[in-house]
Ligand binder design. Structure first.
Ligand code: ARG
Length: 565
């Protein structure tokens, strides 16, 4: 349910009835229990316009607030705030409705949106490293969320598989060759080895340069080697995706090379627009208001990262019919996206109404605030990082002895991968992200393990109860009231998270929810003998609803729950 919207409606009606004209209002959650559940802070700006005392206006408005439905009582506070308490009877009804609904009473938009989410985008020349981790995790969550809310999502993995370094790799691939493909398990090493050959052997370097031209002009033999290489690297990526439990599949791959055949036509179109100037043999595109042009074709005829991206924008508009495109890419590429979005709009490569958004994120740092590297300064491989997380998770599992090795492995993977994802998603994406093993695998605080633990705890209550759980909810205590209000705020949270493409709103919400649940559980025993049946049933129903919200929330974040920890 859209809780805020319900309350806004009632307050808006009161303003109309008090003959006060406002267009849109918005209540917010109260910061303290004594201020009620929600608060309306919109009187002050009105007072200025109406030239009236804000308190007087507030006192006037509250006379018209309907307190027979969702709202129980209201109070004017301070200089003119209106504090709002929700009605427990209404909360009971709404939480019951939420519990009985498959989608937790969250509406599915009947939307015509086709949203492209461009994320992950590793480069095939090298092994996937931590730099691609954030894009993959944040992008996958946003795609899941938009899908859940009812938009059509098209995942696009814009992998880097084209460009000069591939000539070098192909020459080397040919040299060490075909019977020794296993070497490619270590792509990083393969890249280093071929680079070494390239730097020390002139003949090899010439061959490599030759190959670049040959690949780009469609030479069959070279293309075959290139394809082989890409296939091996892609398989490696797919392994990472499956370990990381993200939804990207080979079908989502639209690599840079995919756009190759479309590039000459694109250049032609831009040339017809007379936007292109040739400078030192390179074709440059000038954008209104920008001094520095964007090079879209080099003097040797080669294309650039920006050219391919312009073609992708056109393809996504024309063929995929997308009306919103999210690019989940490192903040350091902001300049690039600003330029290509400007060109795309200006040269009508995309529809004027199409929303183009760079979902930027900060750099991953180590504990001392330096970019995340291995001890000897190299790039950290993603697979190794994920494996380490799983090993560390295994160590943190307390009831190891009760599990067989399969169960332990499975649990460690769920906890370890969940921790890597959650700790990334739980900070404001625009900040740099400080990677900290201890913090992310901690049981207290805003971590996935804390959520998974709360969920498992609820499951253990149900195992002990061992009977059907009903849906009648009775709100008596303050903490039950708070829990119900928080549960009903789930849809508002999801919408806000989607609006700002900010997964940390959702993690903050889940953390608050589990914290409140833990308090509720401490203060309001569920299974003790002396508890009346009706109260027990209600508390079980609240626990069930909490577990469903945690599960759904984590599912959107791409994190699994477990029944036992
Ligand atoms: N391969 C690029 C990189 O690693 C990221 C691709 C992002 N997507 C895009 N459409 N440019 O920097």
């Amino acid at each position: 349910m859209k809780l805020k919207k319900e309350i806004n409606k009632i307050i808006s009606q009161a303003l109309v009835d008090a003959s006060i004209e406002v267009h849109q209002i918005s209540v917010s959650q109260s910061s303290k229990a004594e201020f009620g559940d929600y608060q309306f802070n919109g009187i002050m700006p009105l007072a200025k316009i109406l030239r009236r005392n804000p308190r007087d206006i507030a006192l006037d408005v509250i006379k018209y607030i309907d307190t027979k439905g969702a709202i129980l009582k209201v109070e004017v506070a301070g200089a003119g705030f209106i504090n709002i308490w929700l009605n427990p009877l209404w909360l009971q009804e709404m939480t019951k409705k939420m519990l009985l609904d498959d989608r937790l009473d969250i509406s599915k938009k009947k939307s015509n949106n086709i949203i492209v989410v461009d994320y992950s985008g590793p480069n095939m020349a090298k092994e996937m490293h931590v730099g691609h981790l954030r894009s993959t995790i944040i992008g996958d969550t946003l795609a899941n969320l938009l899908e859940f809310l009812g938009d059509r999502v098209i995942r696009q993995n814009h992998i880097g598989d084209w460009g000069t370094q591939f000539g070098m790799l192909i020459a080397y691939l040919e040299e060490i060759a075909v019977d020794n493909m296993n070497n490619l398990k270590d792509l990083e090493q393969f890249y280093k080895d071929s680079k070494k050959r390239f730097d020390e052997d002139e003949e090899f370097a010439n061959k490599a340069r030759d190959y670049v031209v040959k690949i780009q002009s469609g030479d069959e033999h070279c293309l075959k080697l290139w394809k082989n290489f890409i296939e091996i690297s892609l398989n490696h990526c797919q392994e990472v995706y499956s370990k990381l439990d993200v939804k990207l599949t080979p079908e989502d791959v639209k690599a840079e090379s995919f756009y190759n055949d479309r590039l000459p036509k694109l250049i032609e179109k831009l040339e017809n627009d007379k936007k292109i100037e040739v400078s030192n043999g390179a074709k440059c595109l000038f954008i209104d208001g920008e001094e520095i042009p964007v090079i879209i074709q080099k003097s040797d005829g080669g294309y650039l990262y920006a050219t391919t991206d312009l073609s992708a924008l056109q393809y996504r508009d024309e063929i995929l019919k997308s009306n919103r495109m999210l690019y989940v890419v490192d903040a350091r590429q902001s300049g690039h996206f600003k330029q290509i979005f400007n060109i795309a709009k200006d040269s009508k490569l995309v529809n004027n109404e199409t929303k183009l958004e760079h979902i930027a994120f900060g750099t991953m740092m180590d504990k001392s605030g330096k970019p995340f590297k291995t001890r000897d300064g190299g790039t950290v491989k993603l697979v190794e990082l994920l494996d380490e997380s799983i090993i560390r998770a295994k160590e943190s599992i307390r009831n190891k002895d009760e599990l067989n090795s399969n169960e332990l492995e499975k649990l460690a993977k769920i906890i370890g991968i969940g921790a890597v994802k959650y700790s990334d998603l739980s900070i404001n994406r625009t900040s740099n992200y400080i990677f900290n093993w201890d913090k992310m695998l901690s049981l207290d605080g805003n971590t996935s393990l804390y959520q998974q633990y709360a969920y498992a705890r609820i499951m253990s209550i149900f195992r002990r109860f061992n009977s059907q759980i009903g849906s009648n909810i009775n709100i008596k205590t303050d903490i039950e009231h708070k829990l119900a209000v928080t549960l009903l705020g789930f849809e508002d949270t999801l919408n806000r998270t989607a609006r700002d493409s900010s997964p940390h709103y959702l993690t903050t919400y889940l953390y608050e929810l589990t914290t409140i649940f833990m308090r509720f559980y401490e203060q309001n025993p569920i299974l003790k003998d002396e508890i009346e049946d009706k109260i027990r049933d209600s508390r079980l129903a609240l626990a069930l609803l909490t577990s469903k919200v945690i599960k759904q929330g984590l599912d959107i974040l791409g994190i699994e729950v477990v029944n036992k920890i």
